[in-house]
Design a protein around this ligand. Sequence first.
Ligand code: AMP
Length: 214
Amino acid sequence: MSRPLTLALTKGRILKETLPLLARAGIEPLEDVSASRKLVFETTLPGLQLVIIRGTDVPTYVRHGAADLGVVGKDILLEQGADGLYEPLDLNIARCRLMTAGPVGWQRGGARVRVATKFVNVARRHFARQGLHAEVIKLYGAMELAPMMDLADLIVDIVDTGNTLRANGMEPLEEIASISSRLVVNKAAMRAQHGPIQKVVDNIAAAVAAAEAA
Ligand code: AMP
């Protein structure tokens, strides 16, 4: 018998949208994940277990083969790169945009711009493409605070409704990428366990198609 497959899920907002999709694919945790402090869950699909972790850690688990598959936001894949990963499926959930944003009415002064973000690689690439030298300042949260406190001129962040920006006197400027959650697969596992992994991918693909048709 082959060893169990592990699917790493991103906790939080993405998890809320992932679980109904997995249920449609016949994959349900055997206990209520929101009522448990556990990190590993058996599922209704024999031979498939879930681990529930931070989004930024999902590519690491899958890249190293500690998890065979993962669900993660495209923003994180753009930031970290997708070495060692296949990205077979756009799950079409947790849609949002990765954007630059600035204080309402902000005008660029010179060729230099200070940018606060947790997406430092994405931000550097974006401003380099425009021929601008960005001083990129890494933050772990509350990006909107940085221009207010004159730590940065602009931010690069995820925008959904734009309410967080507006509540802090900011406006969205340029869209860098359209974001949704993706299914990723470890490349070596895809070769070694092709049959069982492809079956999981196909089941989830059918669930995505059914959700889109609904
Ligand atoms: P909003 O005020 O609706 O524009 O939401 C903005 C905040 O919600 C961002 O700063 C993100 O931290 C978070 N957010 C919105 N959509 C997503 C998503 N799909 N994945 C992760 N975080 C999100």
